[in-house]
Design a protein around this ligand. Structure first.
Ligand code: AMP
Length: 424
């Protein structure tokens, strides 16, 4: 098969690594890709926001399957456009991608189908939202409807903080004014992510993961796209996985099918595991980054038949096999991230780092320049490792990190701390 991956981060490198290893893959392309992905796939300088150009390329190269990495093209309808041109594409349609694209849509869907999530109200006007916040008190959570690259959520500890978040979001603080906000109760418990593969009709469980969103050790400092992750998440026991499937994933798939917007692709379920059980924090309509990297390391089965089964409505009797081992990834970022940072610093020692037992390195933001690898983004490298437990995976990943010479880079030194503490 000729396969095209869309995206340019560590998630897409992990997908390229796994898809490239499939005996079904004849020729692999990635648009636009990065210097690491170029080892697995032919990188193509395509603007993936230009759907007509993507369709034309897929036609010209006789692409049999397109795997879409990020949420922006999914919410903009890239799958609709590809399928309309007769090209198979892995991922939800624009209509089904509202699960990530609109928090109000998702909250209403949960309410109508008794899917456990925080109690909420939707608002278009600041005055009413503030009245609600004053009546409810803090802590309380304010969320902008629509995609906001992870910046559209404020967990407010006080009423004035919530009021400021309302003004910020409705006043254009996120770039443009949110057309609507959701205000919801603050949940307490342990956060975890769960992934399911869906074919419009049914869903099969993948595995769980936990990530670290804050930039500094001890989960301090501003939020980022993710500084590290590991899989499995110890809080997601087999019994909890069953509850997540029965109480959240399967009712969501059934509800979307009933709405005439069947959901195909991977469903990322952001969870709070509370004393009462699993509560939905949010859905994402694609693999997480960096969660995808640890999932791909643990996946024993060939990924390509799974993607095809999801596209073709054939998941009912499908089965995937996983390594029991733990996978962990440490994100290396350019100093300054998630604020302003420079580009173009040279990274050395990658080959020596990749030789550490159990280690796999994915590139998240790099370019090649005369045989050198240069940093080209905020999050730049994902140093991943498999181990018998979190402690071993963590030790291996940091052993590899320590072989990398990149003075302009940094990483957290405590990825997986919560799970390591549990191992005792
Ligand atoms: P989201 O973009 O919806 O995943 O929200 C980003 C982060 O905000 C989550 O990972 C949680 O840490 C936090 N968060 C979102 N909603 C809630 C909630 N209702 N209660 C507590 N924390 C929340």
């Amino acid at each position: 098969m000729n396969i095209l991956i869309l995206g340019s981060g560590g998630r897409e490198h992990a997908l390229a690594w796994k898809i490239g290893a499939s005996p079904l893959t004849e020729k692999l392309y990635c648009a636009p890709g990065n210097a690491g992905i170029a080892r697995e796939a032919e990188c193509i300088a395509l603007d993936i926001g230009d759907h007509a150009a993507v369709v034309a390329f897929a036609r010209e190269k006789r692409i049999d399957l397109v795997a879409v990495g990020p949420e922006v093209p999914l919410c903009a309808g890239i799958v609709d456009d590809l399928e309309g041109a007769g090209i198979k594409a892995f991922g939800p349609t624009k209509w089904a991608a509202r699960l990530e694209g609109s928090k109000g849509f998702t909250k209403d869907l949960c309410k109508a189908n008794a899917i456990p999530t925080a109690a909420y109200q939707r608002f278009k006007h600041a005055r009413e939202a503030k009245d609600y916040v004053r009546t409810h008190g803090a802590p309380i959570v304010v969320k902008a409807d629509g995609l906001a690259a992870g910046k559209g959520v404020v967990v407010a500890e006080t009423v004035p903080e919530a009021e400021a978040a309302i003004d910020m979001m409705l006043g254009g603080g996120l770039g443009k004014p949110a057309w609507e906000i959701v205000v919801e109760d603050c949940l307490t418990g342990e956060e975890a992510s769960f992934f399911a593969l869906c074919d419009g009709d049914t869903a099969i469980p993948l595995v769980s993961a936990q990530d670290h969103k804050r930039v500094f050790d001890g989960d301090k400092g501003p939020n980022t796209g993710g500084m590290g992750a590991y899989s499995p998440a110890p809080v997601i026991t087999p019994a909890m996985e069953r509850r997540v499937m029965d109480e959240i994933v399967l009712p969501t798939i059934a509800a979307l099918k009933a709405l005439g917007a069947p959901y195909k692709g991977v469903l990322f379920v952001g969870l709070m595991i509370t004393a009462q059980g699993p509560q939905l924090i949010e859905f994402n309509v694609r693999f997480g980054d960096p969660e995808c990297q640890v999932l791909m390391l643990r996946l024993k089965s060939d990924l390509v038949p799974a993607l095809l089964a999801a596209c073709d409505g054939q998941l009912k009797n499908f089965d995937l096999r996983w390594h029991a081992d733990t996978a962990l990834t440490v994100v290396m970022a350019t100093k300054g991230y998630p604020g302003a940072y420079g580009k173009g610093s040279a990274i050395e020692g990658l080959d020596a780092a990749a030789e550490v037992a159990g280690v796999q390195i994915f590139h998240a933001g790099t370019v090649a320049d005369n045989g050198r690898i240069l940093a080209n983004g905020g999050r730049v490298l994902n140093i991943c490792a498999l181990g018998r437990n979190v402690r071993e995976a963590q030790a291996r990943a940091y052993q590899a990190v320590d072989r990398i010479r990149w003075p302009q880079g940094f990483c957290r030194r405590d990825i997986g701390w919560r799970a390591v503490a549990r191992e005792g």
